[in-house]
Design a protein around this ligand. Structure first.
Ligand SMILES: [Zn+2]
Length: 615
């Protein structure tokens, strides 16, 4: 979903509606909805096929209390139920049903739905005719049909029948397999044979004009069905075509369109923004960025759905990032750069807040633009920076097409698992800092030229939030003069870390993170004399090293203690090397296993650290 105007936030829904119905596994939905777009009313008959995971004689669904249940049928007989003020529809079966056996229940109901969340069920007039459209994410499906609000059970397959007066058209999920005429009405039969979560089930009815484009995709031609208001037909035909190259780009980046046996499409509606209903996005306009955002959700959000609302960034961060990616790869460098700079400045405008949703009953918190959308998108950009393009996109494919996640649900841990697996390195630290932790780093870079084109760079870092003590990130630094430039990449493991860089020219400028791989603020200063740094600097030469190192200090020190510490913080070597000098003799490290180390020096005045790479 992309929200372009705040007035769509109508009312927060009663979060108690969100109760446990995890013992019911929905296998099929047959829905018959009678709708007149001129009237805010729904008359419905919903049949579920289901299995239960335990012996039970009770079923639960969420249904708004203002809708009235006419009858509930179980094996053709009416059964008892209660429908309470918490919008809980409790059905009492006459006998106990055994686990894992397919059974079914039919619920007939009607009423005038209320609007909640981002619309749920909205009846209005678009100026040239009436329209009814639904938009249920996150808790709105119960405003217009008995459903499960919890994100633990996709319905394996659905058939939707919409009965509406002629000549209105109805758009919905899947394929339109039949249009029947009955008296003054049409009955549209939409059939969808992929698992779908309740908030993605949707329809829209209006005096639509319909046209079809075709995209030639990996799995063959895919129809793109468009339902637009008559007054927008000419413009829409020009605008919706933009989806075809974007479909091809996404297929190239992460794999085949997830619903290739059916269709993709757009239905115009009154929402100020867009909503990625499975195989048919509902759109307030056909802006290219909005088209891209909702299309990206077909992979991220629809095929693989966030397992809980605290993980909504797996839907929205991905859709935001993939909408930005349509300008990357040299398509529109100015727009791509604008995405990066504007996102960094917007997110770092506030010092705290985690991407992990802190209150999953609060719709504004779940769909927080700064955190779930923008910061979420930048987590992906940073992971791409850490991993490199080929491993990053390979990791996303591995996540999307995991047999346990594909057409099901995933948590942030699942993403961390797949990205770690393709890189062969545990990336949990990244998710601890950036998903669970809050804030961002501010870097202070101090640098100076030394003899023989050597540059000494000190990287200091402060975190904006106490929840993260240090952001352990690789950083890129660009060194340049009027004729030459180069980018060096260093692993910043602690604040105050020094790096010595050997160049073949003398730079007069240093730029921090020129390609904007890090969500951070920064300040760069050239420091002509090391004494201005306020402390003695320690360099390790050579670094990386395999056998021997020398310690080089910016002025003579009196050394008391030298320790080599591993990444777990354990001292693995204490070397008795004392004396008063600027350059030490050889220090043997040939006995250390390969890896990252911290060299810690205690002098009579202070403690100095620097990192060492042993190979
Ligand atoms: Zn979205």
């Amino acid at each position: 979903m992309q929200i372009l105007a705040q007035e769509n936030k109508i009312k927060a829904i009663n979060p108690i509606a969100y109760f446990d119905s995890s013992h019911i596994n929905l296998t099929y939905l047959h829905a018959y909805w009678q709708i007149d777009p001129k009237v805010n009313y729904i008359n419905g008959e919903v049949t579920y096929y289901f299995k239960t995971s335990q012996i039970t004689n009770k079923l639960y669904f969420s249904l708004a209390k203002n809708l009235s249940v006419d009858t509930i049928l179980y094996h053709q007989n009416g059964v008892a139920y209660s429908h309470d003020y918490l919008n809980k529809l409790q059905i009492f079966l006459p006998s106990i049903i055994a686990p894992n056996e397919i059974d079914s229940i039919t619920i007939r109901y009607q009423g005038a739905p209320s609007r909640s969340g981002f619309g749920a069920f909205t009846q209005s007039d678009h100026g040239y005719g009436p329209v009814i459209w639904t938009l249920s994410e996150p808790f709105g499906s119960m405003e217009w049909w008995p459903s499960k609000l919890s994100l633990d059970d996709k319905i394996d397959s659905i058939d939707i029948f919409i009965r509406t007066p002629k000549p209105y058209l109805a758009a919905a999920n899947g394929l339109l397999v039949a249009t029947d005429s009955m008296e003054n009405d049409f009955i549209y039969h939409w059939k969808h044979r992929y698992p779908i979560t309740s908030y993605l089930v949707a329809f829209a009815v209006s005096n639509y004009k319909q046209y079809t484009d075709t995209a030639d995709l990996i799995d063959g031609p895919l129809p793109i069905l468009n339902y637009v208001y008559p007054q927008n037909l000419t413009n829409s035909k020009l605008q919706t075509k933009a989806v075809i190259p974007i479909l091809k780009l996404y297929e190239k980046l992460v794999g085949p369109y997830p619903f290739a046996k059916e269709k993709y499409g757009h239905a115009q509606c009154g929402f100020s923004g867009g909503m990625e209903h499975q195989t048919m996005s509902f759109m307030g306009n056909f802006n290219r960025g909005l088209i891209a955002h909702e299309l990206a959700h077909q992979w991220f959000g629809n095929m693989v759905t966030c397992a809980g609302w605290e993980d909504i960034w797996l839907n929205e961060g991905f859709a935001t990032y993939f909408a930005a990616l349509i300008n990357d790869f040299d398509v529109d460098p100015a727009q791509w750069n604008l995405f990066k700079t504007s996102t960094i400045s917007y997110v770092t405008d506030v010092s705290d807040g985690s991407v992990k949703v802190s209150d999953t009953n609060n719709i504004s918190t779940i769909f927080n633009e700064r955190l779930s959308y923008k910061k979420g998108s930048y987590l992906l950009h940073m992971l791409r920076g850490v991993m490199g393009d080929s491993l990053f996109f390979l990791g996303l494919r591995s996540y999307l097409y995991d047999q346990n996640l594909q057409h099901d649900y995933a948590s942030t841990n699942s993403l961390a698992y797949h990205l770690s697996a393709v890189t062969g390195k545990d990336l949990q630290w990244f998710f601890d800092d950036w998903f669970i932790g809050e804030g961002y780093p501010t870097y202070e870079i101090l640098w100076r030229n030394e003899a023989n084109n050597q540059v000494v760079i000190t990287v200091k870092q402060k975190s904006s939030s106490a929840t993260v003590s240090f952001f352990e990130m690789p950083i890129e630094l660009q060194l340049s003069n009027s004729t030459k430039d180069t980018i060096v990449r260093v692993d910043n493991l602690f604040s105050g870390q020094d790096f010595v860089v050997q160049l073949n020219f003398t730079p007069n400028k240093l730029d921090f993170d020129p390609n904007r791989w890090i969500l951070a603020k920064s300040k760069v200063s050239n420091v002509a004399d090391v004494t201005n740094l306020g402390k003695i600097s320690l360099q390790i030469r050579p670094n990386p090293a395999s056998e021997n190192i020398n310690l080089v200090f910016s002025k003579a020190i009196s050394l008391n203690e030298l320790k080599i510490i591993n990444t777990q913080g354990e001292t693995i070597k204490t070397i008795n090397y004392t004396g008063n000098f600027t350059t030490s003799g050889n220090i043997f490290i040939g006995d250390l296993p390969s890896g990252y180390y911290l060299v810690r020096i205690k002098t009579d005045k202070e403690i100095l650290n620097n990192s060492l790479i042993k190979f």
